[in-house]
Every structure is written in structure tokens, then in C-alpha cells.
Design a binder for this molecule. Structure first.
Ligand SMILES: Nc1ncnc2c1ncn2[C@@H]1O[C@H](COP(=O)(O)OP(=O)(O)OP(=O)(O)O)[C@@H](O)[C@H]1O
Ligand SMILES: [Mg+2]
Length: 142
């Protein structure tokens, strides 16, 4: 990972959306953003903010069943959730690597992808702290 790490305290869902909107200002094709953290911490909410920042006004649903959702924004977005991936074959079948260079990829449960993700991915980890969330960002200054 490149660059330094910084952390922000996020108290509300709205602030999480706004953080995503700020992230969207750095969006480009081939950028991979790994969104790590426990169930319900706000990974999809942050992704929703990124998409809103890119001008997407329709719904952004969690990629829980279809594990990859594509959005025709500029740059185009691939939003993936790897929680249900159980083995390397399932990961290969998902075809995530088809998106890595052409899209901004927002990937929940990135640890499942192992070495498939590029070493220069932006690493964002979210954790619950006292009813709020701490968000640690590595590889990008927001
Ligand atoms: N500060 C906050 N930031 C983000 N979400 C918050 C915050 N406070 C409350 N919430 C709520 O927490 C929930 C976060 O859900 P979200 O789907 O974004 O989590 P997730 O990390 O993607 O979970 P999963 O691992 O199940 O995909 C939402 O219902 C949101 O309204
Ligand atoms: Mg989610």
C-alpha cells in the first residue's frame, strides 16, 4: 500500500455518505478500493456515497445475492461483496479480474480476494467505536 494512513470518526450515516462523496473525487478507472470491516459497519453505505458522488441517483443495493453490481457512471463502477465466496474457484468464476482495470472497483470483504487485488489498492477499514465508526484510509489522502 502506498501513502500514509489516516483515520476519521464517522458519527452518522450521512457523514459516511459524505466521506464516499469525497472519495469519488479521486475516482478513476483501475482504482481498487478495499472496504474491510464487520457486518453492518457501513461498507455498502460508503460505496453508496461514492456512487452518489459520481452522479448516480438510482438505488444502490448491497451486492449480497448478485455478488457484483455494475454502474454506468464515469468512471464505471464495479461494486462487489465477497462475503459468500468460499474458495478460489468461486472467486475465479465471479470474474472480478475482468473489472479491475476498466472500472473503479469497490470491494467488500476484500480479504477473500487475497492476491487478486493490486498492491496499490486503497485500503479502507471500518470499525465500530462507541456507537460511531472509525474509518482508516491507507493509500489515498482525502
Ligand atoms: N455512522 C454510520 N455509518 C454508516 N452506517 C451507519 C452509521 N450509523 C448507522 N448506520 C447504519 O448501519 C447500517 C450499515 O449497513 P451497511 O449495509 O452499509 O453495512 P456493511 O458494512 O455493508 O454490511 P455487510 O457486511 O452486511 O455488507 C445501515 O443500516 C446504516 O443506516
Ligand atoms: Mg455491505
Amino acid at each position: 500500500m502506498q501513502g500514509k494512513t489516516h483515520a476519521v470518526r464517522i458519527d452518522t450515516e450521512q457523514q459516511m455518505i459524505e466521506l464516499g462523496e469525497r472519495l469519488a473525487q479521486h475516482a478513476k478507472r483501475g482504482m481498487v478500493v478495499a472496504l474491510a470491516g464487520p457486518l453492518g459497519v457501513g461498507k455498502t453505505t460508503l460505496a453508496r456515497g461514492v456512487l452518489r458522488g459520481l452522479g448516480w441517483t438510482d438505488e444502490v443495493r448491497s451486492p449480497t445475492f448478485n455478488l457484483i453490481h455494475e454502474y454506468a457512471t464515469e468512471p464505471p463502477v464495479c461494486h462487489a461483496d465477497l462475503y459468500r465466496i468460499r474458495n478460489p474457484q468461486e472467486l475465479a468464476d465471479l470474474g472480478l479480474d475482468d473489472y479491475l482495470e476498466s472500472h473503479l472497483c469497490l470491494i467488500e470483504w476484500p480479504e477473500v480476494a487475497g492476491e487478486l487485488l493490486p498492491s496499490d489498492a486503497v485500503a479502507i477499514s471500518l470499525e465500530f467505536v462507541d456507537g460511531a465508526r472509525d474509518v482508516r484510509i491507507e493509500g489515498l489522502s482525502l
